[in-house]
Design a protein. Structure first.
Length: 200
């Protein structure tokens, strides 16, 4: 029997190390406007380096209605520091959702923020909201992420080209999909998103 609850409510989830919650208008006041000024971050997102103003941040948060589109901030529990966010776009008819993530604070990257909170998202959208699959995109050049997805049962289902923000030749983008059944099979095998085994 599928869960009857539909997307729409604001979200607040917790792991041992992070809080993942819906970004509120007041969160535009926080210090994340400089994340895109980092050339490496901008290149990863295929955009030009720039610093977001307060009004830029306010407009960005306002794009997400917590129904078809969610913006979830990632906070470290120990420091209460905002280190990144997930943008999630829901296809209610197809029962699928598209994920994008940015860990914008340099010293928080590769420290578990993404993997830790990804598990929370899967549990919420698959088990509580009844979504059937998740999609994601990755650049052809991002060999590390492609290997990460392959190890976690994601399937490549297509590709496209996107104009490069730098004006260089177009970037090839791969589209990946993970079904709820494949995610549950991995969880049943005791594997977390970070590749470790669950306790117990």
């Amino acid at each position: 029997m599928e869960p009857s609850r539909s997307p729409g409510a604001k979200i607040c989830l917790e792991s041992a190390d992070h809080v993942l919650r819906t970004m509120e208008p007041a969160d535009a006041e926080l210090d994340w406007g400089g994340w895109l000024a980092n050339p490496a971050t901008a290149r990863m997102l295929n955009t030009t380096p720039r610093t977001l103003s307060l009004s830029d941040k306010q407009r960005y948060i306002a794009k997400f209605d917590s129904k078809a589109a969610h913006l979830l901030g990632i906070w470290e529990k120990g420091s209460d520091r905002l280190v990144g966010f997930w943008s999630i776009y829901v296809d209610e008819i197809g029962k699928e959702f598209l994920l994008n993530v940015l860990v914008g604070v340099d010293d928080a990257r590769a420290k578990g923020a993404q993997d830790d909170t990804c598990d929370l998202i899967y549990e919420h959208f698959f088990d509580r909201l009844g979504m059937k699959a998740v999609r994601g995109t990755v650049s052809q050049s991002n060999a590390k992420m492609i290997a990460h997805l392959a190890q976690r049962r994601w399937t490549r289902i297509g590709s496209s080209e996107k104009a490069a923000a730098t004006g260089a030749k177009p970037i090839k983008i791969y589209l990946y999909r993970l079904t709820r059944e494949d995610w549950r099979a991995r969880v049943a095998g005791g594997r977390r998103e970070d590749g470790s085994r669950r306790a117990g």
